[in-house]
Design a protein around this ligand. Structure first.
Ligand code: HEM
Length: 135
């Protein structure tokens, strides 16, 4: 795993704080994500989306905290629920997930920049790999 500097994780942590100030961030994320794939839309057909938006708020936090050195316990739980034994999330969908999230960040963080979005991807990557590789 490539070491992440605390300036990268701090920049992303602060960006996430700006995004979270607006509830529409999470609604826009799921709209953008589902617009990318009919299969992804199908996966969420029976999901309570207001509850899902609330759960994702914590999930993204855990990804950032993991990059800052926190234990991966919460992410390992997500790895189990998302695996072939659970929701059976296709590993190829994580690329769409992160692309949609970056579009939502660009829309909601007034301080977004290409460099900041690169930092976001680097910070999220170890935690996303952990969840995806549990498939
Ligand atoms: C690394 C990125 C992701 C994070 C942080 C994340 C986070 C979460 C969290 C916190 C939950 C609720 C807790 C649980 O059920 O275990 C959840 C549920 C779920 N996630 Fe993810 N998720 C990610 C990627 C994905 C992807 C790529 C898909 C593909 C469609 C997906 C589909 C689902 C589904 C179907 C549920 C259950 C919905 C329901 O209860 O009806 N997730 N996710």
């Amino acid at each position: 795993m490539h070491p992440l500097s605390s300036s990268d994780t701090d920049a992303v942590f602060q960006s996430y704080g700006r995004c979270c100030r607006n509830e529409a961030f999470f609604a826009d994320f799921y709209d953008l994500f589902m617009a990318k794939s009919a299969e992804v839309r199908q996966v969420f057909r029976n999901t309570d989306m207001p509850e899902q938006r609330r759960l994702l708020r914590a999930g993204i936090m855990w990804l950032i905290l993991y990059a800052r050195g926190a234990s991966g316990n919460k992410l390992r739980d997500l790895g189990r629920t998302h695996s072939r034994h659970g929701y059976d999330i296709n590993p190829s969908w994580y690329g769409l997930w992160v692309d949609a999230l970056m579009e939502a960040v660009a829309r909601h963080d007034v301080h977004h920049s290409p460099q900041l979005l690169t930092q976001w991807r680097q910070v999220l990557s170890p935690g996303i790999d952990l969840i995806r590789d549990a498939h």
